[in-house]
Design a protein around this ligand. Structure first.
Ligand code: C2E
Ligand code: MG
Ligand code: MG
Length: 700
């Protein structure tokens, strides 16, 4: 404060005023004409942010001011004293004289006058000024007021204005809401939306609108995709905080179409298009969840029912795919009717369905459901006015056996389903741990088999076949042996079925065929009758288009005459696909290879159907020979088979001859050749020549 100022302040309050004047912050400017009432006009420090005080002379020129005013006007007090502020420092208050005169006339106020000032950086700052004139006895004794720097506020307001303009033209709904969530402004698009839907404002806001507003303001972060469902439409709002105003702007968009598309895509990804049932992916997910639930709550048991239609391929092949599709849809409906609401009925693909039965009280619940399903499917489905009969096989696996992976449950249900099919179709089977053990063993066996093929662990053993009159050896049957590195010799009865299922039978049998031809070449002696080798052929090889070609090549490579090779195929195989059997067997015979029908009598083919097969020899199944001593009808059967076979031009081998008694019967009934432990067990290749020599010596 200048010395002049000091004199003008009354002594009793001078110090206080001075202290206050220097301490009070910016925000207020007080113009004083007379010093006496300074005190009562000062605002408490906490209300005014910064206070500027100036004393004006009667001609409105500044006589004294505080440091704050100097700071805001970026000038020293000496520069300011004697000037009229509105002329040099503040712009916009051109009519200060007029204002003063008005005050003199009636004592009134000047409110919110906008002033401007240019700061030292050349920036225009906005100031807002309020002035009040105080008259006493018609004299203007004081002029006081305040001056606020409102530059920041204006900027925000301008931004807001711009926003408002933007919002107005925005084709999407825009709302401004205050901190309490009330809508302060809305644009035309929002209006349009409201009238289109004929709903209230609150209807188009998300249900948790107020929470969203609060958290948006608190976190100062935008919130995206707040959803609101109104009249089957989906609106999403983005909440953008306007902290300076304590408001939130909401930008909306109608995403109904997008949502529908998303839902459709999601539906397609999770549901089967033919039956509208959950598909494999969704089933896997539900299964996974059920499994987790049951792991957390052991009482939450469930069952998996794996259902496979019996002979569905026949329907497709004979009645066409459209009927097949109709049938699948019909089956889906039946399954849904049988299941409860909490169960999941889905289609795994093809003719395979899966039912996830939850809240299970015991295995009884699952078997009852299976019975209901089978019963329901037993009723014919009427498709295009025509009744179609179908049946299914069902495998059931129950949770709670320590399952960790859903796929294990699925696999076990599948295993049980195969059990049900094997047991005669149209029935169900519950998976038990025995099946599991077997499944594990099979898995193990398969791995070992693969390794065995790679390491050529398979070799042929040879069992003699003799003619029945003088028991002279005429052939050897090549029988596969697996030299398992840990288990020793594994019998073909154990590994052949697995090899057939996994396709490994093909390389195995090739190895055996090659070895057999190689060995057979070593047995031949000039001048002596030929010794044939007989190789077994399995169904997988039978459908191999290159079979005949392969056989020819192996014969050539070993320079073995085709007359030294015999091929055995089982009766069941020949009966299953007679056309193919006839074709392949004819081709083989064309080569000069003899064909044997193995295990005759175990299948279902009638003797009459034999006529069609281009074969040379029938091998009566060893089961009949074994029963000879206990079952009188066995001899009769052998008799009949031999007679008919001879009548049809086949020769006959009796397999499995072990005893003198069996030998007597089969010989008497006219079997041409004999095979069995009585004559010799299957032996390693290295022993064959010795065996043959011994045989010749015995004869001699
Ligand atoms: P199979 O072709 O009917 O072979 C006869 C089976 O009866 C052989 O069993 C043989 O060891 C056995 N056997 C022979 N004489 C007697 C006897 O007096 N008493 C008894 N109890 N058994 C006798 P193996 O070697 O265990 O072969 C079983 C089946 O495995 C064969 O039946 C054949 O179907 C299949 N097999 C064997 N080797 C091969 C092969 O290389 N390829 C194919 N595809 N299947 C093969
Ligand atoms: Mg055989
Ligand atoms: Mg046999």
């Amino acid at each position: 404060m200048s010395a002049e100022g000091k004199n003008l302040v009354p002594p009793e309050c001078g110090e206080v005023v001075r202290t206050l004047l220097d301490r009070v912050p910016v925000g207020m400017c007080r113009f004083e004409l007379a010093p006496s009432l300074v005190l009562d006009r000062l605002l408490p420090a906490e209300q005014a942010e910064r206070e500027w005080v100036a004393r004006l002379r009667a001609d409105a020129r500044l006589s004294e001011c505080n440091r704050e005013l100097c700071a805001i006007l970026e000038s020293s007090e000496s520069e300011l004293v004697g000037t009229r502020l509105e002329e040099r420092f503040l712009y916009g208050l051109t009519n200060l004289d007029e204002v003063l005169r008005t005050f003199l006339r009636g004592g009134c106020q000047l409110s919110n006058a906008n002033l401007r000032r240019v700061d030292s950086h050349g920036n225009v700052r906005a100031l807002m000024c309020n002035l009040t004139g105080v008259l006493e006895d018609g004299r203007l004794v004081r002029l006081w007021g305040n001056l606020r720097d409102v530059t920041e506020l204006r900027r925000v307001e301008d931004d807001n204005l711009r926003l408002a303009v933007l919002a107005r033209d925005n084709p999407f709904p825009v709302l401004q809401v205050d901190a309490a969530g009330f809508v302060v402004t809305r644009n035309t698009a929002a209006e349009r939306l409201l009238s289109e839907l004929s709903v209230d404002l609150t209807d188009i806001l998300p249900p948790n609108h107020l929470d969203l507003v609060r958290s948006c303001l608190e976190s100062a972060l935008p919130i995206h995709e707040a959803e609101c469902l109104v009249r089957e439409r989906v609106l999403v709002w983005t909440y953008i905080p306007q902290l300076e105003l304590g408001q939130v702007n909401l930008y909306g968009s109608d995403v109904t179409e997008r949502k529908r598309n998303e839902e459709r895509l999601q539906h397609e990804a999770l549901y089967d298009s033919l039956t509208a049932l959950p598909n494999r992916a969704l089933l896997a997910d539900r299964l996974e969840r059920a499994l987790h639930r049951s792991q957390r709550h052991p009482e939450a048991q469930f069952a998996v029912l794996f259902l496979d239609l019996d002979r569905f391929k026949n329907v497709n092949d004979s009645l066409g795919h459209d009927t097949g599709d109709e049938l699948l849809r019909g089956v889906a409906r039946r399954l849904l009717e049988c299941a409860r609401r909490q169960d999941t009925v889905g289609r795994l693909g093809g003719d395979e369905f899966l039912i996830l039965q939850e809240d299970l009280r015991g295995v009884g619940d699952a078997t009852r459901l299976a019975e209901r399903l089978l019963h329901s499917l037993a009723e014919p489905l009427v498709i295009r006015g025509r009744p179609i009969y179908t049946s299914a096989s069902i495998g059931i696996a129950l949770s709670g056996a320590g399952y960790i992976r859903a796929e294990d449950l699925l696999r076990n249900a599948d295993t049980a389903m195969y059990r049900a099919k094997a047991a005669g179709r149209g029935r169900f089977a519950v998976f038990d741990s025995g099946m599991h053990q077997r499944a594990l063993l099979l898995q193990r066996l398969e791995t070992d088999l693969r390794r065995g093929v790679e390491r050529r662990e398979f070799e042929a053993h040879f069992q003699p076949i003799v003619e029945s009159r003088h028991f002279r050896p005429v052939a050897f049957e090549a029988l596969a042996r697996w030299k398992h590195p840990e288990r020793g010799f594994v019998s073909p009865g154990e590994f052949i079925p697995v090899a057939e299922e996994t396709g490994l039978i093909e390389p195995i049998s090739r190895q055996i065929l090659e070895q057999a031809c190689r060995e057979a070449m070593r047995w031949q002696r000039p001048g002596a009758p030929v010794l044939a080798v007989s190789c077994n052929l399995s169904p997988a090889q039978f459908s191999d288009a290159h079979l005949v070609q392969h056989v020819r090549r192996v014969l050539e490579e070993n320079r073995l005459s085709p007359g030294c090779l015999e091929i055995e195929i089982t009766e069941t195989l020949a009966a299953r696909n007679p056309e193919m059997a006839v074709r392949v067997l004819s081709d083989l015979r064309q080569l000069g290879v003899r064909v044997l029908i193995d295990d005759f009598g175990t299948g279902y083919s009638s003797l009459g159907s034999l006529q069609r097969f281009p074969a040379d020899v029938l091998k009566i199944d060893q089961g009949f020979v074994r029963r000879l001593e206990s079952d009188p009808s066995a001899a009769a059967i052998i008799n009949a088979v031999v007679n008919l076979a001879h009548a049809l031009g086949f020769e006959v081998v009796a397999e499995g001859v072990e005893t003198e008694a069996q030998l007597a019967v089969v010989r008497e009934r006219g079997c041409d050749y004999l095979q069995g432990f009585y004559f010799g067990r299957p032996m390693p290749a290295a022993e064959v020549l010795t065996w043959l020599e011994k045989k010749a010596q015995n004869k001699a």
